[in-house]
Design a protein around this ligand. Structure first.
Ligand SMILES: *[C@@H]1O[C@H](CO)[C@@H](O)[C@H](O)[C@H]1NC(C)=O
Ligand SMILES: *[C@@H]1O[C@H](CO)[C@@H](O)[C@H](O)[C@H]1NC(C)=O
Ligand SMILES: *[C@@H]1O[C@H](CO)[C@@H](O)[C@H](O)[C@H]1NC(C)=O
Ligand SMILES: *[C@@H]1O[C@H](CO)[C@@H](O)[C@H](O)[C@H]1NC(C)=O
Ligand SMILES: *[C@@H]1O[C@H](CO)[C@@H](O)[C@H](O)[C@H]1NC(C)=O
Ligand SMILES: *[C@@H]1O[C@H](CO)[C@@H](O)[C@H](O)[C@H]1NC(C)=O
Ligand SMILES: *[C@@H]1O[C@H](CO)[C@@H](O)[C@H](O)[C@H]1NC(C)=O
Ligand SMILES: *[C@@H]1O[C@H](CO)[C@@H](O)[C@H](O)[C@H]1NC(C)=O
Ligand SMILES: *[C@@H]1O[C@H](CO)[C@@H](O)[C@H](O)[C@H]1NC(C)=O
Ligand SMILES: *[C@@H]1O[C@H](CO)[C@@H](O)[C@H](O)[C@H]1NC(C)=O
Ligand SMILES: *[C@@H]1O[C@H](CO)[C@@H](O)[C@H](O)[C@H]1NC(C)=O
Ligand SMILES: *[C@@H]1O[C@H](CO)[C@@H](O)[C@H](O)[C@H]1NC(C)=O
Length: 716
């Protein structure tokens, strides 16, 4: 038998090959496209202003348009699919595609198509999936006349374009009675959310209308959408309460209405009807009242966002029954009582708990420490007290911890415990642990992944402790507003990643150590920081774009203000080329302003005020184009104020308290002997003003680190 085996296999292969040939020869004649269809496709191509090489590709593939890139035909040779996403297409979409009578699916997403969306496509008698998302289409969506027969369209994705005008709200949706998915997010539609989406059919499962300018209320008619699973209408201007009818859409899994002006209370009797909810996002509205007990019946709930509302009262203990919860965000409400109302040990999947800015009191519940997957915990801005439990060390995945603005005690204990959370990269403990001693013992170790440490405003006594020198990955260190004494340690330069150092408002003495001016991160020419935006498991910015975790990186900052530093400003200060903000104000520094300060080309903020500086203000400071805030008041400076550049924008008060200064903006005019040097900058005024405006807004776009408000003092 053995010798027969080989030829047999060979034979069967041949057979398969023949079968395949047969199949192809049967299929291909029927699937070659008609001249008319070919014409429609070529018309589409020729109406583009840039085809991204598509014409060449189609030419290469021969005369049968069914063989063309991105084109698929059915058995009868009619074009069924045109799939040309991400092809670099530019120009208008021609209505000729509407002539493809058998077209079922059209995908033109992620191109740079402009102009309007031809009505022929939206009202096509054949298309079931139309995706033109992520283009630059503009204009408004015309209403389909009621005389239009029922349309087959099931998926309409027109999101992320530049559409404007009133959103169709009447006959269109009656005609589109097969629609299952509608995505019109990220445009500039106005008007109301249609009340009649489901008046003639109820197949609609997904409605996404986020990031538009919709006004009016949440329409009660949505309650008739019995198949609705996803409703996302966040970031509009919707007002009013949640209509009771909405809760009839009992299949809803994803209800997301953030950043509107909705109000009213969460009606417990209604909310339990949505027993399929997985995500509930009502953040950034004006909801008030208590979180209803019945929330515990939402067993599938994974994500609960009620942040930035006006919710009050205690947490319902029934929340413990939502055992699938992964994310809880209650930040910025008026919730009160003890967190221990909730038994967190029944929430094993919990990854994020954010209760920033509420009125919670009592202790951190022990049950929280059983949530071993917890990665981000923000308890700041409450009235919590007590010592940290050793069990927090069990949270091995914890990367972000904020205990700031509370009344916790025993910082030594806290640090000893937290060093066991080896993944911690952000630790914010400011405005708590008040009046204690800065732990200085050598037992504090670990923290090998710590990138951000804030211990501001705790009135801590003691010195800048040596254990900080062991935090090899530290990038931001904030020890401001304590009562630290002693000198600035020389080891600070060993922190090779440190780019943000704020030790202001302490009682530090001695000279500015030259080691400080060897800080590597402040010397590189690059202004971009190395701080990985993903460091912050929770958003720490209160800026214009809250939806992003980090709009732009933190600025490079050196703030030594309000201490008792003496001696001269070392000329090596000119090495810190990437500094954006340098503040040495309110110390006892003397001597001249080193001319090397003029090398700090990226400076936006320079404050030397309230020292004992003498001599002249270096004239070349006028070449710091990005300087937007400058203050040398209350020193003993003399001579002419630099002229031109940003100096034309600074006010008198920036120079006050220096009787020997003279200049055109001061009452003390300079004599002929001290005419300021002419500057080439003055003529380029508009250029640098524009550059400055960009830099300025970039910097201030950073906003406020909300736990700490560390940057707020720059914003006064
Ligand atoms: C269209 O194509 C893009 C890119 O391939 C894809 O992400 C998208 O899901 C497609 N749209 C539809 C409706 O399938
Ligand atoms: C457009 O929406 C449809 C339906 O939700 C989706 O399948 C498709 O992926 C979306 N297109 C893009 C480019 O994301
Ligand atoms: C909104 O649309 C713009 C332009 O198409 C796009 O760059 C941006 O990523 C979109 N935003 C979202 C959240 O999809
Ligand atoms: C809807 O559009 C938005 C913006 O383009 C996009 O982020 C989202 O993923 C889309 N949703 C679906 C289901 O395609
Ligand atoms: C919902 O459907 C019912 C029955 O079809 C109808 O009477 C009612 O008017 C509809 N509600 C809205 C708000 O469209
Ligand atoms: C929020 O709702 C309260 C009533 O609970 C109302 O007095 C207040 O004006 C609303 N605020 C906004 C910004 O709509
Ligand atoms: C917050 O809700 C309370 C009632 O719980 C109401 O008296 C107060 O006006 C609301 N505050 C705002 C700012 O809407
Ligand atoms: C959680 O659910 C169980 C069973 O459904 C119920 O007996 C219990 O009262 C609920 N717990 C809370 C705190 O509501
Ligand atoms: C927060 O709630 C407390 C009662 O718990 C109340 O006294 C206080 O006025 C509320 N604050 C706001 C801003 O609504
Ligand atoms: C914890 O997280 C890991 C990894 O993300 C996951 O595999 C595991 O199921 C989670 N545990 C629980 C209880 O959710
Ligand atoms: C603070 O914590 C340390 C270390 O855990 C402990 O030895 C000390 O007794 C605590 N101090 C107070 C006042 O509880
Ligand atoms: C500044 O110097 C003068 C004398 O040179 C001295 O009297 C004064 O105390 C100094 N001020 C500060 C704040 O050090």
């Amino acid at each position: 038998m053995q010798p027969l085996h080989f030829p047999y296999t060979k034979c069967s292969r041949k057979l398969t090959f023949f079968a395949l040939l047969l199949l192809i020869s049967l299929a291909s004649p029927t699937s070659s496209c008609t001249e008319k269809e070919k014409g429609s496709l070529l018309q589409f191509l020729s109406d583009l202003s840039s085809d991204g090489g598509l014409a060449a590709s189609w030419k290469q593939n021969g005369a049968d348009c069914c063989e063309w890139e991105g084109v698929t035909c059915g058995e009868d040779g009619a074009v069924t699919d045109v799939s040309l996403a991400l092809k670099g297409l530019e120009g208008r979409i021609t209505p000729s595609l509407g002539n493809l009578a058998g077209l079922l699916r059209l995908n033109l997403s992620h191109n740079s198509l402009s102009g309007g969306l031809p009505l022929e496509l939206v009202s096509s008698g054949s298309i079931i999936v139309l995706d033109v998302s992520f283009n630059r289409l503009r204009g408004d969506m015309q209403e389909l006349p009621s005389s239009t027969p029922s349309r087959p369209l099931q998926v309409l994705n027109i999101s992320s374009n530049l559409f404007t005008g009133r959103f169709p709200s009447s006959t269109t949706w009656e005609v589109m009675d097969n629609l299952v998915v509608l995505n019109a997010s990220n445009n500039s539609f106005t008007g109301q959310i249609p009340d009649n989406f489901c008046s003639s059919s109820s197949l609609l499962a997904v409605v996404e209308l986020c990031y538009n300018q919709f006004t009016g209320i949440i329409p009660p008619g949505l309650g008739n959408c019995s198949m609705l699973r996803v409703l996302k209408v966040g970031h509009n201007n919707l007002h009013g309460t949640l209509p009771n009818e909405l809760f009839d859409a009992s299949l809803l899994e994803y209800l997301s209405l953030p950043s509107n002006v909705l109000d009213g209370v969460l009606d417990g009797a209604q909310i339990i009807k949505l027993s399929n909810l997985v995500t509930l996002d009502l953040g950034g509205n004006n909801f008030s009242g208590k979180i209803p007990d019945s929330i515990g019946e939402l067993e599938r709930l994974e994500v609960l966002h009620l942040d930035y509302n006006n919710m009050s009262g205690e947490l319902p203990s029934a929340l413990s029954n939502c055992t699938n919860l992964v994310t809880i965000n209650f930040k910025s409400n008026n919730l009160s009582g003890e967190l221990s109302k909730v038994n967190f040990s029944t929430l094993p999947r919990l990854k994020t708990l954010d209760v920033l800015y509420n009125n919670f009191n009592g202790r951190v519940p022990e049950s929280l420490y059983t949530c071993s997957n917890l990665t981000a915990l923000r308890l700041s801005g409450n009235n919590l007290h007590g010592q940290l439990s050793p069990r927090i060390g069990n949270l091995k995945h914890l990367t972000f911890l904020s205990l700031a603005i509370n009344s916790f005690t025993n910082i030594t204990n806290a640090l000893h415990i937290l060093q066991r959370c080896t993944n911690l990269n952000t630790l914010l403990m400011g405005s708590s642990f008040r009046g204690e001693l800065m732990p200085e013992d050598d037992f504090i170790d670990g923290f090998e992944n710590l990138q951000v440490l804030s211990l501001n405003d705790c009135s801590l006594l003691g010195k800048i402790p040596l254990w900080i020198s062991k935090l090899a990955k530290l990038e931001m260190l904030i020890l401001s507003e304590n009562q630290l004494t002693g000198s600035i340690p020389a080891w600070i330069e060993d922190l090779k990643h440190l780019f943000y150092l704020d030790i202001s408002n302490n009682s530090l003495t001695g000279e500015i150590p030259t080691n400080l001016l060897d800080m590597q991160m402040l010397q590189s020419e690059k202004t971009t920081t190395s701080l990985d935006p993903r460091v912050f498991e929770l958003p720490v910015y209160k800026g214009p774009s809250l939806q992003y975790r980090i709009p732009i990186a933190f600025a490079k900052v050196l703030d030594l203000s309000n201490n008792k530093l003496t001696g001269e400003i070392p000329p090596e200060i000119g090495q810190l080329k990437s500094l954006l903000s340098l503040n040495l104000s309110f110390n006892a520094l003397r001597g001249q302003i080193p001319i090397s300060v003029c090398n700090l080309r990226n400076l936006q903020i320079l404050d030397f005020s309230n020292n004992n500086l003498t001599g002249a203000i270096p004239a070349a400071l006028n070449s710091l184009y990005f300087l937007s805030a400058f203050n040398v008041s209350n020193n003993d400076l003399g001579g002419p104020i630099p002229f031109g550049g940003q100096f034309n924008t600074f006010q008198n008060s920036c120079f006050d308290g220096n009787p020997k200064l003279c200049g055109s903006i001061l009452t003390h005019k300079c004599g002929p002997a001290s005419t300021p040097p002419p500057t080439t900058m003055a003529t380029k005024q508009t250029d640098y003003k524009a550059a400055f405006a960009i830099a300025f807004s970039a910097f201030f776009g950073v906003g406020v680190l909300y736990d700490q408000l560390v940057l707020s003092r720059f914003l006064r």
